[in-house]
Ligand binder design. Structure first.
Ligand SMILES: [Zn+2]
Length: 559
């Protein structure tokens, strides 16, 4: 292969082989099949948590969350035991992204809708920002002039709540309204991608389709059944879903053929998918049971989660309360639910407590003196002893209904992450099995049912990876591929040196031995990039924060 190296990355947010492989085998998505069959593919391990913000930040920077600091959508005030968090994270803290690295090397880039790229920064080429762009923002591109290429109807995300207004009150919008909107977003994105590819010179082209994640959250039950019976065309709902995947496949085919045979192509997702958790696991109750957390005298009635758990099971009562309680109060109650459990914790007798990270991924924080408003655990030996006790107590986290352990992984934060932000992360990371979602109430028993009809699908750690092109060997079902390895691998494909600050490796197993021979891996030391430890300025206005919150609530990401 001669000539300038070119790389195309197609991100399918949340795509999983559990759906794509049956579809590929059925012959219905020939373009995706071709990438899988002619190249190398395997499951791609996401970050902990397997979640958009953490995963794409890792893709953008080549670094683990301890280096870029992003685990969740929001920052938390840990000193004051804030659970819910406020202030959305944004791209201003991600220094030296992959696209900036390539730009600095004189490569032309086009980066479309990668989550967490807002606010946009200058690149040698074009950028359209992705998820966590405030709805209605006008500065979502670089340069500004490419908006004419994108067109007036360009969509960064679907806004179920904002467009219909009434949706959330009766649960989510009917599926019949959601899927066409998701398909519309996907089609518009594909069209804009073709135009940008054709109108602009590029060496690195990347687009992320968010639609795969949205379809999987809202239609997972249908997807699973449809996958099992081979997307049976007699079933109307299956047909619509199948049409969505066919359109997506055609878009991918178009991008690959536009790129030409000399480009290396990567098809990847930031995490996978599976059924939503069916049980809420009240981690603070477990911590109370093992003597690490104490309640104030008064309990239960003051805890809004107590009411939610009970009211949630009783539809009539729920409807009645909806009738009596003013809407404003309802939403205030709702948003206070997770944080309020803090009011019934007796901090002076509590050594450790739960904080959310993402669904099944929980944090346990130690109530350290001076680090917390009413901290009681001294740093050093006492702190380590508390962490030992938490880890040892995990064997008590057994599902009483099945007798099986509820925990997939428990670790000290520094064993999972490294870098300046680790100290701001929860002291212990507790990953529950995917059938559980962590929660903080102290009102009931350890486990309660959790049922979210509107969002039957939730994230899993195994995403997808497939790559094809002149530098790539043909291999099936590779193991040991990680999302954090992709930025180094992309730079290597682009024949660029890898900065020493990258935490991942070049996935050499993908490459043709001849390519490897001709292109030894080069690295370089980059002393110039120090991640800032604190956000210096506030990117989002209060209004933008509120709009973002609405959108994420509409999508079911926050409660
Ligand atoms: Zn998602």
């Amino acid at each position: 292969m001669k000539g300038k190296p070119r790389v195309v990355v197609i991100g399918l947010d949340g795509a999983t082989f559990d759906i794509l492989l049956p579809l590929a085998n059925s012959g219905k998505i020939p373009h995706i099949s071709k990438i899988i069959n002619q190249g190398s593919w395997g499951r791609l391990e996401s970050t902990i948590p397997p979640f958009t913000a953490a995963a794409w930040s890792t893709f953008a920077t080549g670094q683990n969350p301890g280096q870029h600091g992003i685990l969740s959508f929001r920052e938390r005030d840990r000193f004051n035991y804030d659970v819910k968090g406020s202030g959305f994270v944004d791209a201003s803290r991600l220094k030296a992204t992959l696209w900036e690295e390539l730009s600095a090397a004189g490569k032309t880039v086009a980066v479309i809708n990668v989550p967490l790229t807002y606010p946009p920064r200058a690149v040698n080429g074009v950028m359209v920002t992705g998820m966590l762009t405030p709805p209605g923002a006008s500065n979502y591109t670089y340069p500004d002039s490419i908006k004419t290429t994108l067109g007036d109807d360009y969509m960064i995300d679907v806004d179920f709540i904002r467009q219909g207004g009434q949706f959330r009150k009766e649960g989510f919008p009917p599926k019949t309204e959601m899927l066409p909107e998701i398909r519309r977003m996907s089609k518009i994105r594909a069209g804009a991608s073709f135009r940008l590819m054709n109108e602009r010179a590029w060496d690195f082209f990347m687009v992320v389709f968010t639609s795969t994640d949205r379809v999987s959250h809202f239609f997972w039950d249908d997807l699973e059944t449809a996958g099992q019976d081979g997307f049976d065309e007699d079933n109307r709902e299956n047909t619509d879903l199948l049409e969505y995947f066919v359109e997506l496949d055609e878009a991918i085919g178009g991008i690959v053929s536009n790129a030409g045979e000399s480009s290396n192509v990567i098809l990847m997702s930031d995490h996978g998918f599976g059924p939503s958790p069916k049980k809420r696991a009240y981690i603070n109750i477990w911590l109370e049971q093992v003597g690490l957390l104490s309640k104030r005298g008064q309990e239960g009635l003051l805890d809004l989660e107590f009411w939610r758990v009970r009211v949630g099971r009783n539809r009539r009562l729920k409807a009645l309360l909806r009738w009596f309680i003013p809407e404003k109060t309802q939403s205030a109650v709702k948003s206070a639910v997770e944080s309020v459990s803090g009011d019934i914790i007796d901090w002076n007798r509590t050594q450790a407590y739960w904080v959310p990270i993402y669904f099944q991924v929980c944090g346990v924080e130690v109530n350290v003196v001076e680090e917390r408003r009413e901290g009681i655990v001294s740093p050093g030996d006492e702190y380590e002893k508390v962490r030992d006790r938490i880890i040892a107590a995990v064997e008590m986290l057994v599902d009483p209904t099945t007798g099986n352990p509820m925990v997939e992984l428990v670790a000290r934060r520094e064993h999972l992450y490294s870098g300046p932000y680790v100290e701001s992360f929860p002291d212990i990371i507790l990953v529950l099995k995917p059938e559980y979602i962590g929660a903080g109430s102290l009102a009931g028993t350890l486990l309660a049912e959790s049922f979210n009809a509107a969002r039957p699908g939730e994230h899993r750690k195994d995403g997808i990876f497939a790559s094809v092109g002149p530098a790539i060997r043909k291999q099936d079902n590779l193991t040991g591929l990680k999302l954090i390895d992709l930025p180094a691998t992309v730079l290597y494909m682009m024949e660029q040196p890898i900065p020493d600050r990258y935490d991942g490796r070049v996935l050499t197993e993908l490459f043709d031995p001849e390519f490897l021979d001709r292109h030894p891996i080069r690295t370089y030391i980059d002393p110039s990039v120090e991640p800032p430890l604190e956000d210096t300025d506030q990117t989002f206005t209060t209004e933008e924060e509120a709009l973002l919150e609405d959108r994420l609530r509409g999508l079911g990401y926050i409660e």
